[in-house]
Write a protein that binds this ligand. Structure first.
Ligand code: CO
Length: 409
């Protein structure tokens, strides 16, 4: 279908006229609907910590795992509105379970190539000057099956190792300056207090730039599965380096070459060699509505809505195609559109009832634009590493069939 056709008559937004008339009739009849009856009941009293409506059932998805300590769960992106992921729905990736840590005994050690090794309690960190910033976190292996050519059936399974929160904490640079960075220090090795002591190395330039030692997420303390009481937030970089349950920072003149940077989280190239230390997540987008598993109940107006993000900066443009990629039109970027954060995009679309492919492609302020899968595979090949493919950012297509069902392509 021609994308221009779908735009030729964006208004009026035709919902069911019959339903609008019925609503008017209820008002005229003096109000006998079930909704008005229910409002006469007091309902539950106030509560110390809120719960969502029992009618809302959106949930993280995970496959059964024989090793529950090493597992992942995925965010239901297809149900998301706005740009903030509720903390309870933030994706999880654990390599050795979720440790039960107390903020009264947990400590952060800063040592190695520093003038003064220091230990910070959680209370110490909460006294220091703080920042709150909105950033996405995306697992390096997100959308791995798209790279493979075996796409998942819905947005949660294909792109759900991805979430976005407001993070609050202390800039890592401030802690390092307290300790005094020695001139030979080129790397910071960050280690978690989980059972596998997951460790990653990051270059000192990034550590002094925009990294946060976070204790807060979306207005409250971190959730245990997100690293309570302390995690590293490394804006724009692959999820594995956002070390959870952070308890040690060692400054060094070389990287640790830990398991998670020497073997896992590397990118295999067609010649069989692996790229190490590929950190930034490239510009990417996905349409979340309509998306796989959903069904359009009627022809006519549907707002296309989705998420775009770049680990290298700000999303500057998202284009949408409704004709198998022959023509592209600019989507509207919702405010705020922040660097290294989700940007919500929308596009007004009128569905004619014909078989249609919907696709989005994002660009960022470094000039990068999301590639097709074919272009990406031509460079990166199809040789998977020990943990599959990492850093896939190809364009995603959803197919709308004449019966309204939406499926992966
Ligand atoms: Co990487």
């Amino acid at each position: 279908m021609d994308a221009r056709d779908s735009m030729s008559n964006p208004a009026p937004i035709l919902l069911s006229r019959r339903r609008l008339l019925a609503a008017g009739a209820v008002t005229l009849a003096g109000g006998t609907s079930a909704a008005q009856d229910a409002a006469r009941e007091l309902g539950p009293p106030r509560s110390p910590y809120g719960q969502r409506s029992p009618h809302e059932t959106s949930a993280r998805w995970f496959a059964p795992s024989p090793m529950p300590g090493s597992a992942a769960s995925r965010t239901p992106l297809q149900d998301a509105v706005g740009i903030i992921t509720p903390s309870a729905l933030h994706f999880e990736r654990h390599h050795a379970g979720v440790p039960a840590l107390s903020p009264s005994t947990h400590e952060l050690l800063v040592h190695g190539l520093v003038e003064r090794p220091l230990v910070f309690t959680v209370a110490d960190l909460r006294r220091m000057p703080s920042v709150s910033r909105i950033h996405f976190i995306e697992c390096a292996g997100n959308s791995s099956r798209e790279h493979e050519g075996r796409p998942a059936e819905d947005a949660q399974r294909s792109h759900g190792l991805l979430s976005c929160s407001e993070w609050t904490g202390v800039p890592l640079g401030a802690l390092l300056r307290e300790a005094g960075v020695r001139r030979e220090a080129a790397w910071v090795v960050a280690e978690g207090a989980d059972a596998c002591r997951l460790a990653r190395s990051l270059p000192i330039d990034k550590a002094l730039d925009d990294v946060i030692v976070a204790y807060g997420q979306n207005g409250e303390a971190l959730r245990p599965e997100q690293g309570y009481p302390l995690r590293l937030v490394v804006p724009g970089w692959e999820g594995n380096i956002h070390i959870k349950w952070l308890h040690r920072l060692q400054l060094s003149d070389q990287p640790a070459m830990s398991k998670d940077e020497a073997a896992s989280y590397t990118d295999f190239m067609p010649d069989g060699r692996a790229q190490w230390f590929t950190f930034a997540m490239d510009v990417k987008s996905v349409i979340t509505r309509p998306s796989g598993g959903q069904r359009l109940a009627a022809t006519g107006f549907h707002e296309i809505s989705g998420l775009a993000w770049s680990g290298r900066g700000r999303v500057t443009r998202v284009e949408v195609s409704a004709d198998r990629g022959s023509t592209w039109q600019d989507a509207t970027l919702s405010e705020p559109s922040l660097p290294k954060a989700f940007t919500r995009f929308t596009f007004p679309w009128a569905w004619s009832g014909r078989d249609t492919w919907l696709q989005s492609r994002a660009s960022d302020d470094t000039g990068d634009r999301q590639p097709t899968r074919e272009a990406l595979v031509a460079v990166r090949g199809l040789l998977a590493g020990p943990d599959g493919f990492n850093h896939y950012n190809g364009i995603k297509a959803w197919r709308v069939r004449p019966d309204g069902t939406v499926s992966h392509v």
